[in-house]
Structure formats: C-alpha cells, structure tokens
Design a binder for this molecule. Structure first.
Ligand SMILES: [Cu+2]
Length: 229
C-alpha cells in the first residue's frame, strides 16, 4: 500500500512539473518540440502506469486489512427469506446437510429445503433466533432464497447483504452477553419492516445447554415424523 501511495505522489508531482514547466520555457515558434514527444508520450506513459496501478490495487485494501476467520470459528448459516431470518447450525458433525429449492416448505416445517436423505443434515438445527456463546468467533454464511436482504446487527456493528445465488461470509466474536436486535436493511417487500430477529449471546455453558435442548427437540420431531404421529 505504501508503495502505491508513494508512486501516486511521485506521479502527481511529475504531472505538476510538466504542467508548470512550459510556462517558464517559452521557445520561438520554429523550435516547438514535436507534439507527440511533449504531450502524447508522457500522457500514454502516465495512462499505462495508472491502468497498471488500478489493476494491482484491486486487493490492496483486503491484503492490508482483511483477516479471515480462524479454522476453529463456529459455523452458522443465515438464510433470509421474505420476511424471516433462519439460522442453521451444522450439529455434531460440523457439516451442513445439503438443501434443495424444491424441498422448501415452511408450512411442513422445512423452510430451508433440507434434504432429509442426506445423512450430513441429520443433526442440523434450524432456529429462528441466533444464539451464540460469548467469546467464541463465529463465521456466518449468508444466503437468501428470494430477493436481496440486508443482515444487520447494530449492536455488533455488523452488516452484510444476503444475496440469492451467493454465499457471503462475515465473521465476528461476540464479547458481551446479552440480547441484540437483528434487522433487515434492504427493502425486500411489503413485510420488510417486520423482518426482525434477535441475537442472544450466552455464557458458554448456557449455550451448550441451549444447543442440547434444540438437539433433543429435533430428535423428538424426527421420531414423530418417522412414527407417523
Ligand atoms: Cu429482508
């Protein structure tokens, strides 16, 4: 980054000198330098340097500032659907099961279209609130089913779009236990204003209890489905 800043500064100075110089160096008309040497050539050179800098600067900011999530970060999937947020935990196998759009059926209890034949999805937990343990890094993967939604936790200064067809990641570490509102910042339809959820940050032990309770609930639901009740 420093290299680019210094290069820009030097080019700026050069451009100023080239602009000012002709004022003090008046020549008789018959000694005028050829136009391409005095103007076109420096312009072409500057242009080439700027194009090269624009191309190499694409990732400068990310290289300087971006730190990816640690490999041990907790994985949670966030799905925006008109007009609701869903949060999916991968369960004990730490792997999300596959989903299929044609299986999406909120009324039947499958709002994310989980493929029940995929054994990796057997222990997935889907929640309408985001619950996280305090002090542990979380890597959210944002998706959307229908239109662009804006995932926003004002209390965490965290905002990223959920875009259909893309999986965007955002990671952070909640440091203070408490309850924080989650909002949608993209006007996504008539129910946009109601598209709210909450984040609960719990001490690690309480989070483990919550996860276990959800796991038990999921197993009971599964047993009920299999038993045909
Ligand atoms: Cu929305």
């Amino acid at each position: 980054m420093k290299f680019n800043l210094v290069t820009i500064f030097v080019l700026f100075l050069l451009a100023q000198i080239l602009l000012i110089l002709p004022i003090f160096r008046r020549r008789p008309r018959d000694q005028q330098p050829r136009i391409w040497l005095a103007e076109s050539l420096p312009l072409l050179l500057f242009g080439a340097v700027y194009v090269w800098m624009a191309m190499t600067a694409q990732r400068l900011w990310a290289d300087d500032r971006y730190e990816g999530p640690s490999l041990t970060a907790m994985q949670v999937e966030v799905v925006g659907v008109q007009f609701q947020w869903y949060f999916r935990y991968p369960g004990e196998d730490a792997t999300f099961g596959s989903t299929r759009p044609e299986l999406v059926n909120a009324a039947a209890g499958n709002p994310l279209g989980l493929d029940l034949r995929d054994s990796e999805g057997d222990d997935d937990i889907v929640s309408s609130e985001l619950v996280l343990p305090v002090g542990r890094e979380v890597d959210l993967r944002l998706r959307a089913h229908d239109v662009i939604h804006g995932f926003f936790i004002p209390g965490m200064r965290l905002k990223e779009n959920a875009v259909p067809g893309l999986t965007l990641h955002v990671h952070f570490t909640p440091e203070t236990a408490g309850t924080y509102p989650i909002l949608c910042t993209q006007v996504c339809g008539l129910g946009h204003g109601h598209m709210q959820a909450r984040l609960r940050v719990l001490p690690a032990a309480e989070f483990a209890d919550w996860l276990q309770a959800r796991e038990g609930k999921r197993r009971a639901e599964e047993a009920a489905i299999k038993g045909g009740v």
